[in-house]
Design a binder for this molecule. Structure first.
Ligand code: APR
Length: 390
């Protein structure tokens, strides 16, 4: 079994296969340090925690993760809070930085005797439609190599070799560009709120997400033009965050050095089916989801567990029925998460300037959505269930 990519998807899959008695190798383009330091998401759904727990992979997050269950909306009509851990199914998120989770999974995989090749970039997956697929790789020193296995799991993201190797027509791609960009920021600053903060402002969305006692993630809706946002000074970013988070009314944000920034275009896509012969798509390789509801890493872990169990059934017990159902099972979760993320995008962004009637209509819908969330317990329960759910 060959696994491409050592992100959450590839490493959960690798760990579970190893425990289930399936021989596998992970091929990872980057070096170990890079993989362990890449800061990404950090909000784990309760189901993700349960998956990691029942597979003995939750020691680190149990020791260092923090439960989190409140979000605050700041709008033109004032602010309100949702204590979502007391709503819906009564479950919180666990905040645990993704690079720490990846480091834990990597250490556990290696300690258990797992094979991983760093600096090995998969170039193509060949003969995926048959029972004997192979992966050509470029090693760190430029040497070519080839790996053969019964199955290949593409856990190598949206630009990986898995997606690239799909022959035309093998898989349909449903794509949606949400027409919105966020400047994602990592600040060496303590959180300014004891809640996830969502500010809806005529100048654009701003978001606040605590990471640790000294690190906070912020988002600022920005122009599509990346270069323009790159040029913003730290002071300008903080002023803009203060303005959109309405610091004049609710208190200024705690400032610090901006240590990382990058523009994210809010895009979604879903590939269907998630299998081409012996090649399976998992995590970002299977579908891209906008970060508006922090579902990406959670879906990756869920899909990896579903695939691992199905592969163990096929390779150890000779039962290929669960493997045949992999795509359909995952797609049900993926579309659910896409629907909620899409709803969140509509909630958080004022309408882009456009033909007047259309943007008025859009704005009317958004305000009504916020009002319902603020005033209706049923709507709050629905929100809470979907917000933490996958
Ligand atoms: N060959 C080998 N490895 C590759 C290749 C390649 N051609 N291309 C990419 N990779 C590696 C990357 O270096 C990375 O380590 O694949 C890994 C993919 O990891 P992630 O991008 O974390 O993807 P995934 O495991 O699917 O997790 C997805 O995590 O951070 C969240 O929201 C994010 O939705 C995303 C989720």
């Amino acid at each position: 079994m060959i696994i491409l990519g050592a992100g959450p998807a590839g490493l959960v899959l690798g760990n579970l296969l190893l425990r289930g008695g399936v021989d596998c190798v992970v091929l990872e383009r980057a070096d170990r340090e890079h993989v362990q330091q890449r800061t990404r998401a950090g909000y784990l759904a309760p189901e993700t925690v349960r998956i990691l727990e029942r597979n003995g992979l939750a020691e680190g997050l149990r020791a260092r993760g923090r439960e989190h269950g409140v979000c605050e909306f700041r709008t033109e009509d004032g602010r309100f809070r949702l204590d979502y851990r007391t709503l819906g199914r009564g479950e919180p998120h666990t905040v645990y930085p993704q690079h720490e989770l990846v480091s834990d999974l990597l250490a556990q995989f290696i300690d258990a005797g797992g094979r991983i090749r760093f600096g090995a970039e998969a170039v193509t997956v060949a003969e995926a439609d048959g029972p004997d697929p192979s992966v050509t790789v470029r090693e760190g020193d430029g040497r070519p190599g080839r790996w053969r296995g019964r199955y290949v799991a593409a856990c190598d993201g949206r630009h990986g070799a898995g997606r690239r190797s799909l022959p035309p027509g093998a898989v349909r791609r449903h794509h949606r560009d949400h027409g919105v960009s966020w400047l994602g920021l990592l600040a060496e600053a303590p959180p300014s709120l004891d809640a996830v903060g969502y500010a809806i402002h005529p100048r654009g969305f701003a978001g606040h997400m605590a990471r640790s006692t000294g690190i906070t993630r912020y988002y600022l809706q920005c122009e599509r033009d990346t270069a323009a946002c790159d040029a913003w000074s730290d002071a300008r970013i903080w002023d803009e965050l203060d303005l959109r988070m309405r610091a004049a009314e609710y208190g200024p944000l705690l400032r610090g050095r901006i240590v990382r920034r990058g523009v994210v275009h809010l895009e979604s896509d879903v590939l269907e089916p998630l299998r081409h012969g012996s090649l399976f798509l998992v995590g970002d390789a299977a579908g891209l989801i906008s970060p508006s509801a922090a579902k990406g890493a959670n879906l990756a872990v869920l899909e990896a567990e579903i695939l691992a169990r199905a592969l163990i059934d096929a390779l150890v017990r000779g039962d290929t029925v669960p493997l045949a159902g992999y795509s359909e099972r995952c797609l049900a979760h993926i579309w659910r998460a896409q629907d909620f993320s899409h709803w969140m995008i509509g909630l958080l962004h004022t309408a882009a300037p456009g033909p007047e009637a259309a943007s008025f209509f859009q704005e009317g819908l958004r305000r009504s959505r916020i009002a319902a969330l603020r005033g209706s317990r049923t709507q709050q329960d629905w929100f809470a269930e979907n917000y933490v759910g996958i």
